[in-house]
Design a protein around this ligand. Structure first.
Ligand SMILES: Nc1nc2c(c(=O)[nH]1)N[C@H]1C(S)=C(S)[C@@H](COP(=O)(O)O)O[C@H]1N2
Ligand SMILES: [Mo]
Length: 366
């Protein structure tokens, strides 16, 4: 009786899920839509990851419940679909394993997650077109065409995993993703003197990227402090400068490894203004007029939390927060507020921009 109603339902469900995953993935990734959908992004992310999990589970159904007949679907349909969905799921799993894998792997996984999805969408369209228009594969011939059994299925799965691992292992050697691991120099994509550095997805929650010449820029350090400061550009640069090479990771999955930051530590700023010991929080404001962030004082005092003004050897690009942005390498990117013009030591936290929209204020990449 062919592949039976169970497999038909599986097929339909898989198509629907792949469709929803593609749409939610696009919504999460593209900066344009990203801004419009801000209130829904954390929900969209949950749906995307959960459905991805369901799809991975479905991939294994034929392995555990082999179809009753050996010949049940066209060989190429099987190979391509399973191979692609398997590889996309695997790259998705890599993205979730935030700290277990090197950032260069995750950066590669992120690219391939998108590239392979584009191939899958193309393939699905072709497959549907063939079935609909040409009817090359009516059920009868489909049933004679191929006979993947459990062994073949496992072979394909292992082959796919093997190919993926092989690819990811040669990535650093090929330099194909642009950046190396957390502390090494960059492999290929070179820093650019003008404009944003390669690898970053450039977010803004307002219309466009606010522009502020350093001649007009003032940094205000206020709140529970004994010597509030208002610094012009020269005075800001005169503060003790710190440098570090760290990964930068957005909660939506993309990661840029080996970013060279230069700037002023919040701990040095705290000393300069004489921050009151009772100020348990440090709040940050952006001159985009909307974005805010807040750190527990203990987190903000870490030596790697800084107001950065240089990235990869060049002044920050406008799109990346020029002239000054916060960098919190231990936490997801949304903590690293751009276009900072006010730092406030306070006894109360501020509900940050994303925290007001459902993201946890504790954003440590664990
Ligand atoms: N002012 C402001 N700061 C911001 C954002 C923003 O939209 N506006 N996006 C945050 C998010 S979610 C991330 S991942 C990083 C992205 O930094 P990039 O634009 O340099 O890639 O900036 C963070 N800081
Ligand atoms: Mo982000």
């Amino acid at each position: 009786m062919g592949y039976g109603p169970g497999y038909r339902a599986l097929h339909t469900a898989a198509i629907a899920i792949v469709g929803v995953l593609t749409v939610t993935g696009v919504l999460l990734y593209y900066p344009g839509v990203h801004t419009a959908l801000i209130p829904y992004l954390s929900g969209i992310r949950v749906v995307h990851v959960a459905l991805g999990g369901v799809l991975v589970g479905m991939l294994f159904v034929p392995g555990f419940f082999p179809p009753r007949t050996r010949a049940w679907i066209h060989r190429h349909d099987w190979k391509w679909t399973l191979g692609l969905v398997g590889a996309i799921s695997l790259t998705g799993v890599f993205l979730i394993l935030v700290t277990l894998l090197p950032a260069s792997w995750r950066a590669a996984a992120f690219s391939w997650h998108g590239i392979l999805t584009a191939v899958l969408v193309g393939w699905t369209a072709l497959h549907a077109f063939r079935k609909l228009v040409k009817s090359i594969h009516p059920l009868d011939s489909m049933e004679q065409a191929a006979d993947p059994d459990r062994r073949q299925f496992l072979g394909w799965a292992l082959g796919g995993i093997g190919a993926m691992l092989a690819y990811l292992l040669v990535i650093p050697a090929l330099g194909a993703v642009g950046r190396s691991g957390s502390s090494g120099p960059r492999v290929s994509a070179k820093p650019v003197p003008d404009g944003p550095q390669p690898g970053f997805v450039l977010y803004t929650v307002v219309d466009g990227y606010p522009r502020m010449p350093t001649t007009r820029y003032r940094l205000k350090v206020t709140g529970k402090v004994s010597r509030p400061l208002e610094l012009d550009w020269k005075q800001f640069l005169a503060l003790e400068q710190a440098k570090q090479v760290r990964n930068f990771q957005c909660v939506t999955g993309w990661v840029v490894s080996g970013c060279h930051w230069q700037g002023v530590r919040i701990s040095d700023l705290a000393r300069a203004v004489g921050a009151d010991p009772r100020a348990a929080y440090v709040n940050f404001y952006s001159f985009d007029g909307v974005y805010t962030e807040s750190l527990r004082r203990t987190d903000a005092m870490r030596p790697d939390v800084m107001l950065a003004h240089r990235l990869d050897g060049y002044p920050l690009a406008v799109q990346q927060g020029a002239p000054v942005r916060l960098v919190v390498p231990e936490m997801y990117g949304y903590k690293s507020i751009k276009w900072v013009d006010r730092v406030e030591f306070s006894d109360a936290p501020l509900a940050g921009y994303w925290e007001q929209r459902g993201y946890p204020s504790e954003a440590t990449i664990s």
